[in-house]
Design a protein around this ligand. Structure first.
Ligand code: ZN
Length: 276
């Protein structure tokens, strides 16, 4: 069986992947490496500010794929939930300022808040954010996270839950981000990707790999091909729905962050061509 040839035309890198580069360095590094897309993490706007970041990004010619991340709607006080909605409003403004068409939502969870309650808060929070998002021409993507993050990062842990919530919300500005790291284990993955894509809600596709053993719950993601996720197969399911957006490389890794970011970007390109 011959596998389809890949090229770099759909490669996007998240700024957190090359953590030691600030925004200006990342822009320069990606352009030099021939990486066409970037997803900007909000911390990369600190200091520089979204308007100036937007100027740099537009001048660079890079495609701004999304802003990571909004969400965190779950809080055990009304004031906390209200602050989260305010913060998402700011995230949406920042996305508009840098030309990002999408804000990716890590929906939130808090130890002590029951998951069912948390999901209600998430839905309320997204609904409270949607009119501003719509006005700004920015979409919101629910990113289901692996269940190991259910206590403190996201009460949305499967793609079915994300699809159900996006469907219940029923806005063309609310969809789903599919991240292979969080979802690869799910026996419903193929069918729920199909459901998501056919509903026009598959807004983003994130890749990296699952290392075995995983030594840290947060910062031990692998480079594509170094773990056990069938990334190309999952990409095939995603693209079979008609998705033709970017394949976004999002790696948090204490080990890989030690590399020189330019060398690491080179490794990403090689791994991308072979395994995505
Ligand atoms: Zn992701």
């Amino acid at each position: 069986m011959t596998e389809p040839l890949n090229d770099l035309s759909r490669l996007c890198i998240h700024t957190i992947t090359t953590k030691n580069w600030n925004l200006e360095q990342a822009i320069e590094g990606y352009v030099q490496a021939g990486v066409p897309g970037v997803t900007v993490w909000r911390q990369w706007l600190d200091g520089i500010g979204a308007p100036r970041a937007g100027e740099l990004l537009r001048t660079s010619g890079l495609d701004v794929v999304s802003l990571c991340r909004g969400g965190f709607y779950v809080a055990d006080t009304e004031a906390g939930r209200s602050e989260a909605v305010d913060d998402n409003r700011r995230a949406i403004d920042e996305a508009a300022a840098i030309g990002a068409p999408l804000v990716v939502l890590v929906c939130g969870a808090q130890p002590g808040v029951p998951l069912l309650d948390a999901r209600g808060m998430i839905r309320d929070g997204i609904e409270a954010s949607l009119s501003h998002a719509t006005q700004c021409g920015v979409k919101l993507a629910i990113e289901p996270l692996h269940p190991m993050y259910a206590a403190d990062r996201s009460a949305i842990n499967t793609i079915r839950q994300a699809n159900d919530m996006a469907e219940a919300i029923g806005s063309p500005h609310c969809g789903v981000a599919v991240d292979v790291y969080h979802l690869w284990w799910d026996p419903e993955l193929e069918s729920e990707i199909r459901r998501c894509g056919e509903a026009g809600r598959l807004f983003a596709f994130h890749v990296c790999d699952w290392l075995s053993p995983t030594r840290d719950l947060l910062n031990d993601r692998g480079l594509m091909g170094d773990g056990c996720i069938p990334i190309r197969q999952i990409r095939g399911w995603v693209e079979a729905t008609g998705f033709h957006g970017y394949n976004e490389v999002e790696i948090f890794s204490d080990e890989l962050w030690r590399l020189d970011p330019a060398d690491f970007t080179g490794k990403i390109k090689t791994a991308y061509l072979q395994h995505v």
